[in-house]
Design a protein around this ligand. Structure first.
Ligand SMILES: Nc1ncnc2c1ncn2[C@@H]1O[C@H](COP(=O)(O)OP(=O)(O)OP(=O)(O)O)[C@@H](O)[C@H]1O
Length: 308
């Protein structure tokens, strides 16, 4: 947590016309620093490969135009764990999440200051390509967004195409199965991989989107209220998937559901903004502590439903 005066200025400004910022939709990503790395399996053919990566922000501030919406947010999101971001509407949780994988810069007039360290290396380092960052830091959105007319298996492998990753047919089939298994969807769809993604239920579609993100073997998975459009049963299934993924990759989830934050996360950060101050972290720490014995009265009021 930081409580410094408002003296910083934007260190980077972006525009949608920035050719580098546009590369998320322009495969292939070249040169590919991970070209030799097997996707979805380690050297022994087991799912996953490589060490787990953590994420950390230092003094991150953000603006939309001249309006500052985040103030010096410092937070460590431990490798292999689930970190929950909680706080009232408008306090900057989604903006913060989108800063983590360089999606913030896709908004005209957006700016930021501070550092975002993926395994100690700043994702905003000059020369670092946004598309490579977004491949290592995947994102699942509030509303499931599969390609509705595309088959289930093509939905999963579309992530590879978007990232410019070339694999053989056999590797692709293996990856589709591995990703669907890890997303907890394989048993429900293995006999109908050629049917359209749009034919699945909302909860299944969300797990399909998780599988699509997993296909490119990200280090980090960002989830922006992934269950807010789902019924309780689907929500429980997605939470089970999150629990199964824990330890395999690092997850950061925005949620308004306090029970969900307690169920799925090990670390929790409480954000708060007021009408004339930008969003900042009031308190962050082990989830048990944030909910069981918060240090700040505002945290206590929020997690106990007394405001927001
Ligand atoms: N594209 C944008 N252009 C201008 N202002 C924006 C934009 N996106 C968000 N904001 C503003 O930034 C502030 C933080 O918004 P953000 O969506 O990050 O909050 P949040 O905590 O995720 O809210 P919620 O819980 O309702 O989703 C808000 O005041 C919002 O109006």
């Amino acid at each position: 947590m930081t409580d410094a005066p408002l003296t910083d200025t934007p260190q980077a400004e972006f525009s949608p016309t920035d050719p580098v910022a546009d590369t998320i939709t322009l495969p292939p990503v070249a040169p590919d620093p991970y070209a030799d790395q097997p996707y979805g399996q380690d050297a022994d053919g087991h799912p996953d490969g490589g060490p787990l990566a953590g994420l950390e922000t230092r003094e991150v501030s953000a603006w939309f135009g001249s309006r500052k919406v985040l103030e010096r947010v410092s937070l460590a999101m431990p490798a292999g764990e689930v970190t929950a971001l909680i706080g009232p509407s408008g306090c900057g949780k989604s903006t913060y999440l989108r800063i983590l994988n360089r999606m913030h810069e896709m908004v005209r007039g957006a700016a930021l200051a501070g550092e975002v360290l993926l395994d100690g290396d700043d994702v905003y380092r000059p020369g670092r390509r946004p598309a490579e960052v977004r491949r290592r830091i995947g994102m699942v959105f509030q509303r499931p967004n599969p390609f509705p007319a595309m088959s289930i298996q093509d939905n999963v492998s579309s992530g590879l195409k978007l990232a410019g990753i070339k694999v053989s047919k056999e590797e692709r089939q293996h990856l589709v199965e591995t990703s669907l298994r890890r997303a907890g969807l394989w048993d429900e769809v293995s006999t109908r991989l050629h049917t359209p993604g749009g034919a699945l239920s909302g909860g299944q579609q969300q797990r399909l989107c998780i599988a699509r993100s997993l296909a490119v073997s990200p280090d980090i998975l960002l989830m922006d209220e992934p269950c807010s459009a789902l019924d309780p049963t689907s929500t429980r299934r997605v939470e089970e998937t999150i629990a199964e993924l824990r330890g395999r990759l690092t997850i950061v989830i925005v949620t308004h559901n306090m029970q969900q934050a307690q169920r799925v996360s090990q670390t929790c950060a409480f954000f708060l903004a007021t009408h004339d101050t930008p969003g900042r972290i009031v308190e962050a720490g082990p989830t048990g502590q944030i909910f069981g014995s918060p240090r700040d009265q505002r945290t206590s009021d929020y997690v106990n439903g007394r405001f927001g």
